[in-house]
Each structure stands twice: as structure tokens, then as C-alpha cells.
Design a protein around this ligand. Structure first.
Ligand code: AMP
Length: 215
């Protein structure tokens, strides 16, 4: 299964990708996570990428396409993948199509998750992520005994720099200007399936599984 989880920031792509990855035994490829990990390495390139991410802009297509080309060719993607956060522009989508066709592979489906902008701002201002295991918490839903520590692994919880409300609004504008046209590209290829991003995590997970089984 080769699938893309598509949708605005905060719609729940990362959460759903983790569940699907466990269920389908295929890797979750999050370009945002990869960039955040690289940022810890403190190279010139990763410092530049972090500065861009922190303001809610997009990292350049050249860099992102290079990253995705390497991942697609790696053994871990041999049996499939779940892409989260890529592609975010039309050139990225087209580059992904060419890499896959060079590898004689085809995308199976693009799941388009939708949500209102105000819900995103609300959600992301309450999102905490664990530095240790990557679990995502929402203070509106999860009752955490200690908001500094992950109840699963004891790792420290942090708020992403780009989850501050003004940066979230910037990311939503970038999504609407640069990323949402990618939807039409996949609609044209007959790969797009829609899911509403509001509802319980398990409920949305089952809706996605049902879409996958009825393709
Ligand atoms: P995410 O974790 O998917 O919300 O990504 C966080 C940030 O990483 C984005 O706001 C961008 O700055 C950068 N980023 C992640 N994926 C991409 C991509 N495919 N193209 C450009 N920038 C990206």
C-alpha cells in the first residue's frame, strides 16, 4: 500500500499515519519529523531549514524533492509507505510521480482530510509532542497528570515553535496558496478520497480503513 495523507496542518495526519503504520506494517514518512530531527544535527542546512519552519514557510522544493527521492529508494519503503506532509506543492507532487515511475511503482490512494481553519488554530495551540516517543497530546482531550512529562515514556513534552497561533495562521495561508492545488492534481489522477477530520481518533481511523478496503 502506497498512500498519502493530505490536508492542512493540525488536521490529524500524523496521528492517523501512526495508527495506519501500525495496522498496515508500512513506514510512516513525515517530512516535518525528518526536518525536525535533522534540525538537532546543527548543520548549516538544517539550521536554515529550522528557521524557515519556525516561521511557517515551506522549505524549498529542491531540498524536499532530494529528501523524498532518497527515502523512496530506501529499502524501508519497498513494501509501501504512508506519506505525511509531502507533497506540499505541485512541483513536489510531479517530482514524486516521476520518482515512483522510475522505480516502476504506483500510488494507491491519497486521503484528503478536511477541517475548518479555526478548529486548527484551537487544536494546535493545545498540542504537545513527546521528544522521546513522538506521541502527540491535545490538552483539550488528554488529561495529563504532568504537562511536562509523557505518561507513556517519561520523555519531555514540548510545544512546537510553529504551533503558536500567529504562525499557525501563516501555515494555513501557505496551505491554501501552495498546497491545496495539489488536491486537484490527485483528483485528476482519480486517486483522491475525502475524510472529515472532525471526530474521535479511532472513528476517523476506521473511516480511513473503510475507504482503503473499498477502493
Ligand atoms: P509538518 O510537521 O508536516 O507540519 O511540517 C512542519 C514544517 O516543515 C512545515 O511548516 C514546513 O516548514 C516544513 N515542511 C515539511 N514538509 C515539507 C514539504 N513537503 N515541503 C516544504 N516544507 C515542508
Amino acid at each position: 500500500m502506497r498512500l498519502i495523507l493530505f490536508g492542512p496542518p493540525g488536521v490529524g495526519k500524523g496521528t492517523q499515519a501512526k495508527l495506519l503504520s501500525a495496522k498496515l506494517s508500512i513506514p510512516h514518512i513525515s517530512t516535518g519529523d525528518m526536518l525536525r530531527e535533522a534540525a538537532n544535527e546543527q548543520t548549516e542546512l538544517s539550521k536554515k531549514a529550522k528557521a524557515i519552519m519556525d516561521t511557517g514557510h515551506l522549505v524549498s522544493d529542491d531540498i524536499m524533492i532530494g529528501i523524498i527521492r532518497d527515502v523512496m529508494q530506501s529499502p524501508k519503503c519497498r513494501n509501501g509507505f504512508i506519506l505525511d506532509g509531502f507533497p506540499r506543492t505541485l512541483p513536489q507532487a510531479k517530482a514524486l510521480s516521476s520518482v515512483l515511475s522510475e522505480l516502476h511503482l504506483k500510488l494507491d490512494v491519497v486521503i484528503n482530510m478536511e477541517i475548518d481553519d479555526e478548529e486548527v488554530v484551537q487544536r494546535l495551540s493545545k498540542r504537545l509532542t513527546c521528544k522521546g516517543c513522538g506521541t502527540i497530546y491535545n490538552l483539550n482531550i488528554d488529561r495529563l497528570p504532568d504537562t511536562a512529562k509523557c505518561p507513556k515514556c517519561g520523555g519531555s513534552l514540548y510545544q512546537r515553535e510553529d504551533d503558536k497561533p500567529e504562525t499557525v495562521r501563516k501555515r494555513l495561508r501557505v496551505y491554501s496558496d501552495s498546497t491545496s492545488p495539489v488536491k486537484e492534481y490527485y483528483r485528476g489522477l482519480g486517486l483522491l478520497k475525502n475524510v472529515h477530520g472532525i471526530g474521535g481518533i479511532e472513528e476517523i481511523h476506521h473511516q480511513i480503513l473503510s475507504l482503503l478496503s473499498h477502493r
